[in-house]
Ligand binder design. Structure first.
Ligand code: TRP
Length: 330
């Protein structure tokens, strides 16, 4: 049976961390068995808010690919590609930009939130405002039917499908296919500071590539319960980062429940608890780090070259159909 095609991607802006691991990466290792999986390293999209540092983004491209392979994404099953190396994406974006209004882009909830976070007022870079259109080109160029992602990706899928409908109607064709999100229900992993979600930019995450001593240091920095002064004091579970990580990464739920019970009664110290979590995370991350150490930059670049070649073959087929449907000069 023909496998359904799926596309997903990440911006190469920093090392992937435990939040990505439970939120999307583990899932990709499973999905590559049942779907024809494309994973895009979205360096072009990353530039929409990092255009001042293109060289940094270029470095992260290779590191991101190393993260992928070290957690078990298999380039024989999954096509890993680099967005900037597929010029057809830029061409398709150009055509799609005519099918979307600026006011619609300004109302995109994810973009709106990001604009507020970045403090843009009338100075929003056009490239940033239009990245959902670029993402619509990513998805449709590869004729992906499924796109895994969190709820922040819903507006991107809606925008993609709106463009697809508009294009097909306008140019009287059926060549573009609508796509569907595979919604990730994983709650976001909290950062070690307990304040916000774990994120590359906030520096409050444990990276997949962190050294053992860094992992331990981060575990011991984790926010617990400031009122839990003495070991014998009752401790609070709610908002306690160590328990959030034990919930996410400890394989045995009953053990975690017993620990919570003990902690809230009193008699279980933070140091004991953190040592336990540290042991678990070290066991989880050691094989990932070891795999990473076997991957040379040269081998990664070759692998990406192959992925880009495969991706471009498909891209040129779609672009041929798009130009035909539109009646573009050829
Ligand atoms: N917007 C995604 C993110 O910020 C990255 C991305 C770019 C993407 N192109 C994509 C995701 C296409 C899914 C499909 O993480």
């Amino acid at each position: 049976m023909q496998k359904k095609r799926m596309l997903t991607g990440d911006r190469p802006t920093g090392p992937l961390h435990l939040g990505h691991y439970i939120g999307s990466l583990q899932n990709r290792v499973k999905l590559q068995e049942t779907y024809e999986q494309y994973v895009m390293i979205a360096d072009g999209q990353a530039l929409t808010d990092h255009f001042m540092h293109p060289k940094e983004i270029a470095k992260h491209v290779v590191e991101l690919a190393k993260d992928y392979l070290s957690i078990g994404i298999n380039p024989a099953q999954t096509t890993i590609l680099v967005q900037s190396q597929i010029p057809e994406i830029a061409e398709l974006t150009l055509y799609y930009l005519n099918l979307v209004s600026v006011s619609k882009l300004e109302r995109n909830p994810t973009v709106k939130y990001e604009i507020a976070q970045k403090g843009y007022t009338s100075n929003i870079p056009a490239g940033f405002l239009c990245y959902p259109v670029n993402q619509a080109a990513d998805i449709t160029l590869f004729q992906a039917e499924y796109v895994p992602g969190g709820s922040d990706q819903l507006p991107m899928i809606e925008q993609t499908n709106a463009i697809v409908k508009r294009f097909n109607k306008l140019y009287n064709t059926h060549i573009l296919k609508e796509c569907q999100i595979i919604l990730s229900h994983m709650p976001r992993l909290v950062g070690i500071d307990g304040k916000a979600k774990a994120s590359k930019s906030l520096g409050n995450a444990i990276s997949l590539s962190d050294r053992p001593e860094v992992i331990k240091q981060k575990v011991f920095q984790m926010y617990t319960d400031p009122k839990h002064g003495k070991v014998s004091d009752p401790g609070c579970i709610e908002g306690n980062v160590v328990f959030a990580y034990l919930d996410a990464f400890h394989p045995d739920k009953e053990t975690v429940e017993a620990l919570k019970c003990h902690y809230s009664k009193g008699g279980l110290g933070d140091v004991t608890l953190k040592n336990m979590l540290n042991d678990h995370l070290q066991c989880l991350l050691a094989p990932i780090r070891e795999k990473r150490e076997t991957l040379s930059t040269h081998a990664i670049r070759e692998m990406l070259y192959d992925g880009n070649q495969r991706a471009r073959q498909l891209a040129s087929v779609t672009m041929g159909m798009v130009r035909d449907a539109m009646g573009i000069y050829q």
